[in-house]
Unconditional design. Structure first.
Length: 320
C-alpha cells in the first residue's frame, strides 16, 4: 500500500512541476501495458531522438483525467479518442459543464481497431454469443474504455446486465483475467503488445470476435461512440488474434495538445508524423497504419496554429 501511495504522490509531483514554460513536454497516457501507453511511449522516444525535444511520458489515466489537465496546462499532450476529445471540447458526456476550449489537435495519426477476444478453442463467434458468460465489465478507472465496451455491447444488442460480469478497472486487467481463466471474453485494441503477450500465455492462443456491421448495430454503437465505425481486417503477423477475415470496431485517435504549447513545438511534432513515420513505426508498428496525407482532416476540434503553419508549408492545409 505504501508503495502505491508514494507512486501516486510522485506522479502528481511530476504534473505539478510541469508549467507551460517548462522545457519538458509531458505526454499523458493510460496505464502501462495498454496500447495507449505503448503508442505514447513510442511517440515520446521519437520526439526525443528525432525532434530533439525533452519528453516525459506519464501513465496517469484515460482522457477523462488527462484532457482537463491539458486544458489547464498541467499536461501538454495525449493520444486521445476522438469521442473523448469531442465531448471534452464541447463540455458534453462525462465532461458535462466542463468544456475544455483550450484543447487543440496536432495530428490524427492512429485509428484504433477494437473488439472482444476469447480463447481460440472456445465456441464463441460474436459478442452476442457471450451472453450469460463471465466477461470483463466495469472499467471504472478509464471512462473512455468503459464507453468503448458499452458501445460494443450495445452493438451486439446487449448491456452489462446480460453477462455474468467480473469487474475490472481497465482493459489490461481484463486481458490478464482471461489469461488466468477467470473470464471467457474481454475487449482490447487489436495489434497491442499486451494482446501478443496474452496470446503467448494461453494454450492455443486467442481469437478476436466478429463485430456486427448492420445499420441497426451501428446506430446502437453510436449512442455511446458517435464517431465510431467498422473495418474488415485480414490476418496479418501484426494483428495477433485476427485468425480469419474479421470485422472490428474503429475509432480515430487524435494527438491533442493545449493552446499553451508553443507553435514551434506543435510544428516539430506535426513534422514527425509527416516526415518520420518510419521512425515511429520502428518503435511501434501501429504507427505504420496511417496515411501521411490523412493526418489532417475536417473535424470539429481546432488544430493548433503551429501545426497548421507546418501543414500549410507542406501543401496539406486546408484539409481536402
Amino acid at each position: 500500500m505504501k508503495t502505491g501511495i508514494l507512486g501516486a504522490i510522485a506522479t502528481l509531483a511530476v504534473i505539478a512541476v510541469l508549467p507551460a514554460s517548462a522545457q519538458t513536454i509531458s505526454i499523458g497516457t493510460s496505464p502501462q501495458g495498454s496500447s495507449n501507453y505503448s503508442l505514447g511511449n513510442a511517440l515520446g522516444k521519437v520526439m526525443g531522438d528525432v525532434g530533439k525535444l525533452k519528453v516525459r511520458v506519464v501513465p496517469y489515466g484515460g482522457g477523462q483525467k488527462i484532457l482537463p489537465l491539458i486544458n489547464t496546462k498541467r499536461f501538454d499532450m495525449m493520444l486521445a479518442s476522438s469521442t473523448d476529445v469531442f465531448f471534452a471540447y464541447n463540455g458534453d458526456g462525462e465532461f458535462k459543464g466542463r468544456a475544455a476550449k483550450n484543447l487543440r489537435v496536432i495530428a490524427i495519426p492512429v485509428t484504433y481497431y477494437l473488439s472482444w477476444f476469447v480463447r481460440n478453442d472456445s465456441p464463441y463467434k460474436t459478442i452476442a454469443d457471450l451472453k450469460g458468460k463471465k466477461v470483463a465489465v466495469g472499467y471504472n478507472a478509464n471512462v473512455s474504455q468503459r464507453r468503448s465496451v458499452l458501445s460494443q455491447m450495445a452493438a451486439a444488442g446487449l448491456t452489462e446486465a446480460d453477462f455474468d460480469g467480473v469487474k475490472v478497472p481497465h482493459v489490461v486487467r481484463g486481458a490478464e483475467d482471461l489469461a488466468q481463466g477467470k473470464i471467457e471474453g474481454t475487449s482490447f485494441a487489436v495489434g497491442a503488445g499486451k494482446v501478443a503477450e496474452i496470446n503467448a500465455k494461453v494454450t492455443g492462443g486467442i481469437r478476436y470476435l466478429n463485430f456486427p456491421t448492420d445499420a441497426a448495430s451501428i446506430a446502437r454503437m453510436r449512442k455511446f461512440m458517435p464517431l465510431g465505425g467498422t473495418k474488415l481486417l485480414q490476418p496479418s503477423p501484426a494483428l495477433v488474434g485476427i485468425v480469419g477475415p474479421t470485422n472490428v470496431q474503429t475509432e480515430d485517435y487524435y494527438l491533442v495538445t493545449g493552446t499553451h504549447v508553443s507553435n514551434e513545438v506543435a510544428a516539430a511534432v506535426a513534422k514527425i508524423f509527416v516526415e518520420h513515420q518510419e521512425d515511429l513505426k520502428k518503435v511501434n508498428r501501429q504507427y505504420g497504419r496511417y496515411n501521411v496525407k490523412e493526418v489532417v482532416g475536417k473535424i470539429s476540434i481546432p488544430f493548433h496554429d503551429g501545426a497548421i503553419k507546418y501543414y500549410t508549408e507542406k501543401g496539406m492545409w486546408p484539409p481536402k
